[in-house]
Design a protein around this ligand. Structure first.
Ligand SMILES: NC(=O)c1ccc[n+]([C@@H]2O[C@H](COP(=O)([O-])OP(=O)(O)OC[C@H]3O[C@@H](n4cnc5c(N)ncnc54)[C@H](O)[C@@H]3O)[C@@H](O)[C@H]2O)c1
Ligand SMILES: [Zn+2]
Ligand SMILES: [Zn+2]
Length: 406
């Protein structure tokens, strides 16, 4: 089959690789129909996440048709399913508490040691996300093996096309959980850093949950325009001092809740960010936490901090004093996607949520490497890329590729 493989920093390629096979009785094999590139994939592309090996198949946002099932899978051939990006067993202490992304049974012992060492306890398995999370092949491929297929995938009705349901795999529940973690109360103002797909869905969710105002921060005009379209007020961090602007907009007290939908690769030329960058080059820190700091310092006293943005290692100058003295609450984590599939599918079916607005590009899987470059270099034009396995390559490029292969 064809699949997008990671080869090294800024080097991904579509290659022919062996087809996946059923390994365990609860496995299923999907023929992938749609798969998306995520902001989290950028962290792999940029080489921030350790534990990647040359040839690893990427992709944790995917859906498709069931083509093979193990003896204990509850799925049947022919069903159309969306698959959550964390792999959960459904039986352990954490799964029973609905904390699916903390599952204790899906990261094999041989790969879980590294996260146990780094985080104190091993992490759950995740599709296409390094050998720290199990080394599972991802879904940016023609076919994918889905372990624990009796727990994760949700069957979607035929009348909802792929684009309407694909984001149930990750970013839609992630934006939702980010807003839920803000514990929004009537009259609340929520500030959201990052107007990528996660930030945009967090904005949409916060408004649906009753936030009075949402203030969105980014610098890409097209992404800010989408945030505004959703009903947010917007701030360009290149044009204003974000902390001052937020204080001014909230009568001097700061937003009630803040969402960091940026994560470890914060941009911007603030002094702290430049220092983080310099230190990360010498491995004194791994993560650039400028947005995290700004969010903690901007939120009102007694406010809530929600962090869907991914962090992986260690950071410098976390304002722990502000965090404690202001009496803040923080909630974060990889999304417990399984928990949100049913209610969010219902919202989609009822027309309360239409997640298609942020798809800027469709492309054939064969063009995935080029799409990664675009996603990395031109975020102002590429809001979200959906790769289609059955979409044909444009003729000219097909010829070029055949030429290269010859
Ligand atoms: N917790 C989870 O389960 C989960 C799931 C999916 C994605 N994520 C993470 O969420 C984050 C966002 O994902 P995405 O797909 O939207 O990514 P993205 O790269 O498309 O968006 C990030 C946005 O942040 C903006 N940004 C950068 N620096 C900023 C700053 N200083 N101030 C304000 N905005 C700034 C960028 O301009 C960009 O628009 C990533 O870290 C991703 O890994 C987490
Ligand atoms: Zn993702
Ligand atoms: Zn579990």
């Amino acid at each position: 089959m064809r699949a997008l493989t990671w080869q090294g920093r800024h080097d991904v390629r579509v290659e022919t690789v062996p087809d996946p096979e059923i390994v365990n009785p609860h496995d299923a094999i999907l023929r992938v129909t749609s798969t998306a590139i995520c902001g989290s994939d950028l962290h792999l592309y940029d080489g921030y996440i350790p534990g990647m090996r040359s040839g690893d198949i990427l992709g944790h946002e995917f859906m498709g048709e069931v083509v093979e099932v193990g003896s204990e899978s509850t799925l049947s051939k022919g069903q159309r399913v969306v698959v959550p990006f964390p792999i959960a067993c459904g039986e352990c202490f954490f799964c029973k508490k609905q904390q699916f992304s903390c599952c204790d049974n899906t990261n094999p012992a041989e790969t879980s040691d590294a996260t146990e060492f780094q985080y104190g306890y091993p992490m759950a398995g995740v599709f296409g996300y390094s050998h720290l999370t199990g080394g599972y092949a991802g879904g940016q491929a023609e076919y994918v093996r889905v372990p624990f297929s009796n727990v994760g995938p949700i069957v979607v009705p035929d009348h909802l096309e792929d684009d309407k349901v694909l984001f149930l795999s990750d970013i839609l529940p992630t934006g939702w959980m980010a807003a839920e973690n803000c514990e929004i109360e009537e009259g609340d103002t929520v500030a959201v850093w990052g107007c990528g797909p996660v930030g945009l869905f967090a904005i949409q969710s916060a408004l649906l949950m009753g936030a009075h105002r949402v203030i969105a921060i980014d610098h890409y005009k097209s992404r800010l325009a989408l945030a505004k379209q959703l009903g947010a007020e917007i701030l360009d961090y290149r044009e204003v001092d974000v902390r001052e602007a937020l204080a001014e907009m909230t009568g001097g007290i700061g937003p009630d809740a803040v969402i960091d939908a940026v994560g470890l690769e914060a941009h911007g030329i603030s002094i702290d960010n430049i220092l983080d960058q310099a230190k990360s080059m010498t491995f004194m820190v791994t993560d650039r936490i400028h947005v995290f700091r700004e969010a903690v310092l901007s939120v009102r006293k007694g406010g809530r901090v929600s962090v869907p943005g991914v962090y992986g290692g260690f950071a410098d100058k976390f304002p722990v004093g502000a965090f404690m003295e202001k009496g803040l609450t923080m909630r974060t984590g990889q999304t417990h996607v399984h928990r949100y599939l049913k209610p969010l599918l219902e919202h989609i079916e009822q027309g309360k949520i239409d997640s298609t607005f942020l798809i800027s590009h469709h492309a054939p899987l064969e063009q995935a490497a080029e799409m990664y470059r675009n996603w990395h270099d031109n975020q102002d034009q590429f809001t979200k890329i959906v790769l289609k396995t059955e979409m044909a390559m444009p003729k000219a490029e097909k010829k070029e590729q055949q030429h290269e292969l010859a």
